[in-house]
Design a protein around this ligand. Structure first.
Ligand code: OAD
Length: 261
């Protein structure tokens, strides 16, 4: 029996879909309505900063009207109740994991809507208003603020911390992501290479479903709370008597000889 302690959860736009935030690649999604090259690249910002800033101002305003859903709350329950480490690596730039109650172990690899990045002083002040009027940076007064969001062609944030967490993971879970964007899409491979069990929770089969030990299809607001209940039930059961260590044991995996989820 292997002890299952460290969980890494990768989330994507699908976990926030039921909160009313558009995903990127679904029909009617954000990238169907806007060309990536027009709004989400450093070149676009040089070419037409007003267009880019207006796009992100609208997105920043919109997310502040949305609320976390049952999937966000469930992950917070897991983080609070699981005896091992829980790291949530999110591709999302909304703040619904925070408002759902994930207090620590949260990594925004694609940045955050509610921060601005000052390219003069490298500060990242909290930002809830607009940037279109080119306000001064509250830290250095330069007028050099841009959205603190990773654009195509830029390097995602915190990759060292993400790789360290994935390398230490016993269980890697992907929720609501199409697997279309690297390096996030490749994390499951890294986890597998280290012997982690892998689980995908998504509305439909993703581009990477074949890479997971198990895929469960359905809405995040249903699948995630059910999976968290399973995990916390298992932790409670094992804490209350069958093992003396503080981790959670798992049975032999059906696939690839790894622990069952
Ligand atoms: P996508 O729009 O590519 O994929 C969203 C996934 O969520 C799809 O596979 C949907 O089937 C699934 N989905 C939709 N609704 C769901 C629900 N209610 N429950 C569960 N799953 C659901 O979004 P991401 O994979 O997050 O990057 O996109 C990755 C990155 O591409 C984003 O972070 C963004 C984008 O370009 C940057 O902007 C740098």
């Amino acid at each position: 029996m292997r002890v299952l302690r460290n969980i890494v959860i990768l989330t994507g736009a699908g976990i926030s879909a039921e909160s009313g935030i558009d995903t990127f690649r679904s029909s009617g999604g954000l990238w169907e309505q806007h060309r990536v090259e027009d709004v989400a690249t450093p070149e676009a910002f040089v070419r037409d900063p007003e267009l880019v800033l207006r796009f992100y101002d609208m997105r920043r305003a919109a997310i502040q009207t949305k609320l976390p859903n049952a999937a966000h709350f469930a992950l917070a329950r897991l983080a609070a109740g699981w005896p091992g480490a829980v790291t949530v690596v999110t591709q999302n730039v909304d703040d619904l994991h925070e408002r759902g109650g994930v207090m620590s172990g949260l990594i925004h690899m694609h940045g955050e809507h509610l921060k601005a990045w000052c390219t003069a002083c490298d500060g990242r002040p909290v930002w809830r208003g607009t940037l279109i009027e080119r306000p001064a940076c509250p830290l250095c007064r330069a007028r050099a603020l841009r959205p603190d969001v990773v654009w195509f062609g830029e390097v995602p944030y915190h990759m060292d911390a993400i790789h360290a967490a994935v390398r230490a993971a016993d269980l890697f879970v992907s929720i609501g992501t199409s697997g279309a964007v690297y390096p996030a899409a490749g994390l499951v491979r890294m986890a597998q290479g280290r012997g982690a069990t892998t689980l995908e929770l998504n509305l439909e089969a993703s581009q990477r479903s074949d890479w997971f030990d198990e895929t469960r299809l359905g809405a995040a607001s249903v699948l995630v709370p059910a999976w968290v209940d399973e995990m916390l039930g298992r932790a409670f059961f094992e804490r209350s008597g069958t093992r003396s260590d503080s981790g959670t044991s798992v049975s032999a995996a059906e696939k690839r000889g790894k622990p069952k989820i």
